[in-house]
Design a protein. Structure first.
Length: 273
């Protein structure tokens, strides 16, 4: 029997590992990959409701993440590091080393280290810090070491300094899959229908749920098209006339610290659907 390939998506918050990369993750899931999602923090700061306790929100966000994980066919783990206060510590590094060694992914995806949110930056730093150490036998010797470093890729963001995201891997995504990404986002009710609108678009919180979902879908499709437009030349070069068929796109940047990208990953990720 062929070995099942595995992807681990590591985010800072319980709605990061899935919503930044739902196209790629669902393509891999459909191709038989095992998908695992991880939030390093507990999500307990994602609200403006001062009467909501951190404990209540933690529980809510865990169950919302689990619902998204079910859609993606994989477990969504949420660690206990406090939201908004994640630090790059030795303890967090070793926690992550043990976690990754137990799952043994072929590919890891995460944030870039350039990001507005300290938790996002720190998750990215933690992943990069563990990359080589995963294979070092004397580090966390209680958990069997890996014999090779998994490939590591960063999902896209809009930050330009010190350098903008590089689209090393292009992932064509169908319209139906963008609708699926909207479904994933909608699992995170307390975020996408409430907290995300704070503080710049608070008027949207009172919108009927259907209107909020339609607005989200419109923004997702628009973003997918914008990515195609932005990568137009690259797509034409790579796919020739077939590039015309690409409706939406996700792009990923390769981390220099990761291992070799499996061919099977590129075959599935880069196929036009
Ligand atoms: Zn986040």
């Amino acid at each position: 029997m062929e070995k099942q390939l595995k992807i681990l998506s590591i985010g800072a918050h319980p709605d990061d590992a899935d919503t930044y990369s739902g196209g790629l993750l669902s393509k891999l899931r459909d191709a038989g990959w095992l998908v695992r999602l991880l939030s390093v923090t507990d999500g307990s700061a994602g609200t403006y409701h001062m009467d909501e306790s951190a404990e209540e929100l933690k529980l809510k966000r865990r169950s919302e993440a689990a619902a998204s994980g079910r859609l993606l066919g994989g477990r969504y783990d949420v660690l206990d590091y406090p939201d908004g206060r994640l630090e790059v510590t030795l303890a967090a590094r070793e926690h992550l080393i043990r976690y990754i060694r137990r799952f043994r992914p072929d590919v890891i995806i995460t944030n870039r280290p350039n990001d507005y949110h300290a938790d996002h930056r720190n998750v990215s730093l933690l992943v990069q810090d563990v990359s080589f150490l995963l294979t070092v036998p004397h580090i966390c010797a209680d958990t069997p070491y890996l014999t090779h470093t998994p490939a590591i890729l960063f999902w896209a963001d809009d930050f330009k300094k010190p350098y903008a995201h590089i689209a090393d891997v292009v992932v064509p995504v169908s319209d139906a899959r963008v609708d699926f990404k909207v479904k994933i986002a909608c699992c995170h009710e307390c975020q996408y229908f409430d907290w995300m609108h704070w503080p710049d678009h608070v008027e949207r919180i009172a919108w009927p749920r259907e209107k909020q979902i339609a607005d989200l879908a419109e923004r997702y499709h628009r973003a997918g098209r914008a990515q195609c437009e932005e990568q137009k030349e690259k797509l034409a070069e790579k796919y020739g006339a077939e590039a015309e068929k690409i409706r939406n796109l996700e792009t990923y940047e390769i981390s220099e610290y990761g291992g070799v990208i499996p061919e099977e990953f590129l075959r599935v990720a880069e196929c036009i659907e």
